[in-house]
Write a protein that binds this ligand. Structure first.
Ligand SMILES: *[C@@H]1O[C@H](CO)[C@@H](O)[C@H](O)[C@H]1NC(C)=O
Ligand SMILES: *[C@@H]1O[C@H](CO)[C@@H](O)[C@H](O)[C@H]1NC(C)=O
Ligand SMILES: *[C@@H]1O[C@H](CO)[C@@H](O)[C@H](O)[C@H]1NC(C)=O
Ligand SMILES: *[C@@H]1O[C@H](CO)[C@@H](O)[C@H](O)[C@H]1NC(C)=O
Ligand SMILES: *[C@@H]1O[C@H](CO)[C@@H](O)[C@H](O)[C@H]1NC(C)=O
Ligand SMILES: *[C@@H]1O[C@H](CO)[C@@H](O)[C@H](O)[C@H]1NC(C)=O
Ligand SMILES: *[C@@H]1O[C@H](CO)[C@@H](O)[C@H](O)[C@H]1NC(C)=O
Length: 370
């Protein structure tokens, strides 16, 4: 292939993979809303056949629907079956440096792309892309400011990404960015100035799409490894677990101090993030449930009497927190509303249980959804 053809194919592929617009780009708009942070929380979820949904507190499914995200014994299954199908979910929270670990099995099938990435409001982007027809290599890539004239893709050996679970970990700091595959560092990108190194708060996105679909440009089809044969579908990407850690602690949100896109302009607003509060509450309830299950019936009745009073106080405290929360940014508000509804329903549940002569812990059994 001549160099010029190669470059034009590469550029087409670029357009297919890079995100080229943002709801509000802080390099071009001084009044973008704050980015809700993950902050001190660790989002850590293993998907199983008992998982019922991608928790909407943490994930926004922007392409696809409940039928295209299923849960099986190996994890969350993202399924595409016909031309035009794709499934994408994105986190409701941002991280500013940190670690993203995904244990997954890519979809098999020519032209099918299984992917996850980190993307910021000014379009810094960190990618991992796996072609369904290439059983021995996976691709890493990155972009600065959505600049589609850069070409940074590299390929790394990986033994059968479609044949079993592999651990893809991105470790992102101020100094360097690393892609680690099954425990081996595949690529290290050293820090460079803004626009040449991702350095702004980012959401995590994952999904499956067909770069080999007949509706895609020729360059994209070539990059994806050839035309997709839909009669061989459906094509399924399986995610066993996702773990996301934000390098910033005690941070409720991030803001851009100016339009430089430089990490030094990013400000962390101190406080507990909405995501952290939800995660913290979830783990507190999980350990309380485990403890509760270990107790004798006599102890349960004794504690139940005490819990009644303590629980009523908690409801008042949470209600106050929720009222404050409701005044904050839009995405935070969505999460706060969820909390509000949940605590209201907890209160109702508590009353019902008390009326029946039970004590107030049965809501803990709902463990899955917060
Ligand atoms: C800047 O962002 C704000 C908030 O999203 C929006 O209301 C406003 O229209 C944007 N301004 C421009 C010039 O795009
Ligand atoms: C993450 O979750 C897994 C399974 O749920 C658990 O075994 C592990 O200890 C968790 N790790 C952290 C750091 O929370
Ligand atoms: C897999 O990717 C590598 C690296 O780009 C490439 O050399 C190889 O030809 C690809 N194999 C297939 C079957 O597409
Ligand atoms: C985009 O990246 C290319 C290649 O690195 C560079 O030459 C060009 O100046 C960049 N464009 C902008 C607008 O930053
Ligand atoms: C995945 O790889 C990362 C980086 O090597 C490692 O820290 C982590 O423990 C691995 N996760 C699992 C579940 O093995
Ligand atoms: C977190 O930030 C809040 C708000 O500034 C502050 O009051 C609190 O002391 C901080 N907590 C920690 C552990 O740093
Ligand atoms: C979810 O995504 C849709 C479509 O992009 C968007 O309109 C909505 O605001 C998002 N919700 C949250 C909570 O981010």
């Amino acid at each position: 292939m001549s160099r010029s053809i190669f470059i034009s194919l590469a550029l087409l592929a670029w357009h297919a993979a890079a995100q080229t617009s943002s709801l509000c780009d802080p390099r071009h708009n001084a009044s973008c809303p704050n980015d809700p942070a993950l902050g001190s929380g660790i989002y850590n979820e293993t998907f199983t056949s008992t998982t019922t949904e991608l928790n909407p507190n943490f994930w926004n499914v922007t392409s696809g629907n409940a039928e295209t995200v299923q849960f099986g014994e190996n994890g969350a299954e993202l399924v595409i079956a016909k031309s035009g199908d794709s499934v994408t979910a994105q986190s409701t929270f941002y991280i500013m440096y940190g670690v993203v670990e995904v244990i997954m099995q890519a979809a098999a099938g020519q032209g099918i792309i299984s992917t996850f990435d980190l993307i910021s409001d000014d379009l810094d982007e960190i990618d991992l892309e796996i072609m369904g027809g290439n059983t021995s290599f996976v691709e890493s890539n990155w972009y600065g400011w959505g600049n589609t004239s850069q070409y940074n893709a590299q390929y790394h050996p990986c033994n059968g990404p479609q044949q079993g679970m592999h651990n893809y970990t991105i470790v992102w700091s101020q100094d360097q960015l690393q892609w680690i595959i099954d425990g081996s560092v595949a690529r290290t990108l050293p820090y460079a100035k803004a626009g040449r190194y991702p350095q702004t708060p980012s959401i995590m996105k994952f999904g499956i799409w067909a770069g080999g679909d007949s509706t895609e440009p020729e360059g994209t089809v070539v990059w994806a490894g050839g035309k997709t044969d839909w009669t061989k579908g459906p094509f399924t990407m399986t995610i066993q677990s996702i773990k996301i850690t934000d390098a910033s602690t005690n941070t409720s949100s991030y803001t851009y101090g100016d339009n430089t896109g430089d990490y030094q302009s990013i400000k962390a607003v101190a406080g507990e993030s909405a995501a952290y509060k939800l995660l913290n509450k979830k783990s507190a309830i999980e350990s309380a449930t485990a403890q509760w299950n270990g107790l004798s019936d006599g102890a349960k009745i004794g504690i139940g009497c005490g819990v009644g009073g303590a629980f009523a106080v908690l409801i008042i405290v949470y209600t106050a927190v929720c009222i404050v929360q409701r005044k904050r940014g839009k995405a935070e508000k969505a999460i706060a509303d969820e909390q509000w509804n949940e605590h209201t329903s907890e209160l109702m549940e508590y009353r019902t249980q008390m009326a029946k002569g039970h004590f107030a812990v049965s809501h803990m059994g709902h463990g899955e959804k917060f």
